[in-house]
Design a protein around this ligand. Structure first.
Ligand SMILES: [Zn+2]
Ligand SMILES: [Zn+2]
Length: 371
């Protein structure tokens, strides 16, 4: 989907002043406001205008946009798109419709964000996958088509405000008498009163439905990280944009791999003869088996690095490695023949040379021998 240039949306060209941006926004947002303009597409246009203004009215966002356009590399891996508060927009909105911020129930509001916890296994986190999630969220009620009124009935015009949704309030101030518009308390600003409520949604106009959404689990994602799916939260109110959906990943532990950032650790058990004489062993990695040469005289705790067999970084910063940590296993059950061979081995081997021996142990031996 190619996005229109924000300046173009506001009918401007790059380099215009802040005032001109503000003026253009005021004019267009009034013209396309969904409460005023009932033409098809006005709603979309209004959102587009609000989004353009949200960026161009913010010095920092505007500077980034002027430099990168819609391709901001720091927009996060959440799929790009439009995010963030609608603060600037609401300030302006209240300035020409009267009433305080957030007080006007007819003001466009961004829908709520939703959070969804998704369980994935170790390999799915490493390689990513296409998935479908089912999100419960509010959708317009099918029975009443969102009006909230029982089929066959209509919401009635509010008699208190005569359907305007707002009432005039006269206030005396030091500067003179001022007329403030405020939201009608009877209809809570909607201009309508529902007499016979729809039984399906109990007058709310929306019902909770399970919506299926396709997502891509990014390769390399780690436990606790989240993915933002723009515009898949709760629907916006009064023509405001929909909220976002945040998917938080919970990665199950692997049977024998352990993850540390983009690196993978694997414990390799070796017998005493393998560690002493050396061996060539096939080691599992998430990318398949890899041959590993164990040099003669390998100690328990030794680490080998298998380059680039770790996890591809989720932000594209290279690939981790796999570390193989050796554990020499002492046998617990021995046959008589094995025991004899070990006794013979011990006899011809002698003690561990002094410099590698434990000094505590040496002191103890000396004591026992009466030295
Ligand atoms: Zn309904
Ligand atoms: Zn009213």
């Amino acid at each position: 989907m190619s996005k229109r240039d924000y300046y173009e949306v506001l009918g401007l060209t790059k380099g215009v002043s802040k005032d001109e941006i503000k003026k253009a926004y005021r004019k267009l947002s009034k013209q396309y406001h969904p409460d005023i303009n009932k033409e098809p597409g006005a709603d979309e246009k209004f959102k587009e205008i609000a989004e353009a203004y949200e960026v161009l009215s913010d010095d920092q966002k505007k500077a980034r946009y002027d430099q990168f356009g819609h391709e901001d590399p720091n927009a996060g891996f959440g799929g790009g798109g439009f995010s963030g508060g609608f603060g600037g927009f609401e300030d302006i909105f209240s300035s020409f419709f009267g009433g305080g911020r957030r007080q006007d129930p007819n003001a466009p509001r961004k829908g709520d964000d939703l959070q969804y916890r998704m369980n994935i296994n170790f390999e799915e986190a490493v390689f990513g996958k296409e998935a479908e999630v089912e999100i419960p969220r509010d959708e317009p009620c099918d029975t009443c088509h969102g009006s909230g009124a029982k089929p066959g009935t209509e919401p009635q015009k509010c008699s208190h405000c005569n359907g305007a949704g707002q009432i005039n309030q006269t206030v005396d101030t030091p500067l003179g008498r001022m007329v403030n518009k405020r939201s009608c308390p009877s209809c809570r600003g909607t201009g309508k009163i529902i007499v016979d409520k729809c039984t399906t949604c109990r007058g709310a106009g929306t019902v909770q439905k399970r919506k299926k959404i396709k997502i891509t689990v990014p390769a390399g994602v780690d436990d606790g990280q989240q993915l933002r799916v723009a515009g898949q939260g709760e629907p916006g109110v009064n023509g405001g944009p929909a909220g976002d959906l945040y998917i938080v990943f919970s990665v199950r532990n692997h049977e024998y791999f352990e993850r540390d950032g983009d690196d993978i650790y694997y414990e390799l058990k070796l017998t005493f003869p393998q560690a002493s004489l050396g061996d060539e062993i096939e080691v599992p990695t998430v990318h398949g088996k890899v041959k590993l040469k164990i040099p003669a005289g390998t100690q328990s705790g030794a680490q080998f690095r298998i380059k680039d067999k770790g996890i591809k970084n989720v932000h594209g910063y290279g690939t981790g490695h796999q570390y193989v940590v050796v554990k020499v296993v002492t046998p617990t059950k021995l046959t008589e023949k094995q025991k004899q061979l070990l006794r013979d081995f011990a006899e011809i081997s002698g003690d561990i040379p002094e410099e590698h021996g434990s000094s505590l142990w040496d002191q103890l031996k000396k004591k026992l021998k009466g030295e």
